[in-house]
Design a protein around this ligand. Structure first.
Ligand SMILES: [Zn+2]
Ligand SMILES: [Zn+2]
Length: 158
């Protein structure tokens, strides 16, 4: 039986599949998601590394340090540039985050359960009716508020 979830990059050279329904789905407004997607937010979900199968192609990876101080790599198709996954996450061992729009059928995934790094949300983007977090969900709101007041908006997720 084929895996119930599958996806690919825009050119189709990279394809993947996984079996288990994601337990975390979010809209992220962090600066890294904005710059790397070229849009004002990115929707992604979490899967187990052990459950994720790369079926074809070889992604290229770009490493960065998140606002949390944790390292990770963002992997994308070297031919068409589609962003596919965040992986090798120091803060989430054994997990990876897949870009929701790369799924063959995004409707198979539940809607986002929270929105994060909303400190960077554009004024014309309306919040969903789900929990809202200025930075990472586990960040101290008072610390984040002080950083925003000091002009230090939280940077990248991960
Ligand atoms: Zn591609
Ligand atoms: Zn992000």
């Amino acid at each position: 039986m084929p895996d119930p979830y599958s996806g690919r990059c825009a050119c189709g050279r990279i394809t993947y599949a996984f079996t288990a329904a994601p337990d975390f789905i979010a809209n992220c407004y962090c600066q890294d998601c904005q710059r790397s997607s070229g849009s004002v937010l990115a929707s992604y979900f979490r899967v187990d590394v052990d459950d994720f199968t790369l079926l074809s192609g070889t992604p290229r990876s770009y490493g960065y340090t998140a606002d949390s101080g944790n390292t990770l790599v963002r992997s994308f198709c070297p031919d068409c540039g589609s962003r596919l996954v965040n992986e090798q996450l120091a803060g989430f061992p054994g997990k990876m985050f897949v870009m929701l729009g790369s799924l063959d059928d995004p409707e198979l995934i539940a809607p986002p359960m929270m929105e994060i790094f909303t400190a960077h949300r554009t004024s014309w983007t309306k919040p969903l009716d789900v929990p809202q977090h200025w930075a990472r969900p586990d960040a101290d709101p008072a610390v984040v508020a002080a950083r925003i007041a000091a002009g230090e908006l939280p940077g990248g997720c991960g």
